[in-house]
Design a protein around this ligand. Structure first.
Ligand code: NDP
Ligand code: X2W
Length: 342
């Protein structure tokens, strides 16, 4: 099979990580690459690590340029995907790495993104219950947000097993690449290096409704989420620390068994041996997810911790994994499960 792929937003972090993975994908042929302010520029100037593609010139992001491909990835700022996607044929597999089609509830979209809701596409987090069936043969896929990927995978087994009360408390640390390449004062090196700081505190982070959506689906009832993101002095990685009160009668053995069952056949999720803890370095550049869970008996809480690379499993790797499922390819084609250490 030769799959001809176009990437819109190839000059950005998500587009660059996607191209890194696609270069190692045996079934993919890379076609049009587009940018916005950098259209006309050679890719090698913007993504110097993508040596085999260095001489390709970025084209403008238009439907005409993106036409004639089997798969189109949209790695554009949120709110920009819908207008492009509408103009692409129904026979093309369109994979949106932005937020436009993730949420089911238009009021949530309006509250957190403040523009018109474009719609809802099959959700590209294959490990969630029922998600793979919706992705098989799909022509439109919404790749999850990076934090919702880490958090939903850490907590859904506790909810599907009925072990957790419907109120989760989450703090997560992320690296600076999560914010994209745009210049932002709080992301200047001198502000970030040697320091950790919270942002988006008090239920205002735009990934909160996506976590609520995923955990509520797993629980079969509305789950409240208190989410606090923090910025850590690293380029990549998310470490999410998630907890929920345990339902009466829950034991440590119940919790362990629920997680072992949920992830037994998952190629990318590593439930660590008891006593070992996830670390962002262990999943750097890989599509792997590390998870550990504990039952804190004195507080009667389930504590689940996950680590992902925000650009790989949190965006581009998740996108390729979903593409593989949609096209009927082995799910792990072109995806590494091996991190980089130290
Ligand atoms: N970084 C991350 O960890 C994650 C990112 N994502 C999502 O992926 C998408 C891209 O993010 P990221 O790569 O980080 O961002 P970047 O800022 O690094 O890249 C943005 C890309 O979009 C292009 N672009 C900017 N403005 C427009 C516009 N008005 N119309 C069309 N194209 C435009 C840019 O082109 P140019 O440079 O030529 O101007 C660039 O290629 C976003 O939706 C983001 O939320 C999702 C999960 C995690
Ligand atoms: C450090 C930083 O700012 N991180 C970003 C990560 C979110 C992101 O990448 O958003 P999508 O997954 O919706 O594309 C943020 O918190 O907004």
């Amino acid at each position: 099979m030769v799959v001809r792929v176009a990437v819109a937003g190839a000059s950005g972090y998500a587009g660059g990580e996607l191209l890194r993975l696609l270069l190692g994908h045996p079934e993919v042929e890379i076609g049009a690459l587009t940018g916005h302010s950098n259209a006309g520029q050679k890719l090698g100037v913007l993504q110097p690590h993508l040596l085999p593609l260095a001489d390709l010139v970025l084209e403008p992001t238009t439907a005409e340029v993106l036409a004639g491909h089997d798969v189109v990835f949209l790695a554009l700022p949120h709110g920009q995907s819908a207008a492009v996607a509408q103009q692409l044929g129904d026979d093309v597999l369109v994979i949106d790495m932005g937020a436009d089609f993730r949420l089911q509830n238009a009021a949530d979209w309006d509250r957190f993104y403040g523009s018109e809701h474009a719609g809802t596409w099959p959700y590209g987090l294959p490990e969630l219950p029922g998600a793979r069936a919706a992705l098989e043969g799909a022509k439109r896929i919404a790749v999850p947000g990076c934090y919702p990927t880490a958090v939903s995978l850490a907590l859904f087994p506790a909810y599907t097993a009925g072990l957790a009360e419907p109120e989760a408390v989450i703090t997560a640390a992320t690296g600076t690449s999560g914010a994209g390449k745009a210049l932002k004062p709080h992301l200047l090196g001198s502000e970030v290096m040697g320091s950790m700081s919270p942002y988006g505190v008090g239920g205002v982070h735009r990934h909160t409704p996506e976590m609520v959506q995923n955990l509520s689906a797993a629980a079969g009832e509305p789950v409240g989420v208190s989410f606090t993101p923090t910025l850590a002095p690293m380029s990549r990685g998310i470490l999410a620390t998630c907890s929920a009160k345990a339902r009466p009668g829950t034991t440590a053995a119940d919790v362990r068994a629920a997680y072992e069952k949920a992830f037994a056949d998952e190629p990318f999720v590593h439930l660590l041996p008891e006593g070992q803890w996830p670390a962002t370095a262990s999943v750097y550049g890989s599509n792997a997810v590390q998870i550990q869970v504990a039952y804190d008996e004195s507080a009667n809480r389930i504590i689940a911790i996950s680590a992902i690379d925000n650009l790989t499993k949190g965006t581009a790797g998740g996108a390729v994994q979903s593409m593989n499922i949609a096209l009927g390819l082995p799910e792990d084609t072109g995806l590494s499960m091996i991190g980089v250490a130290p």
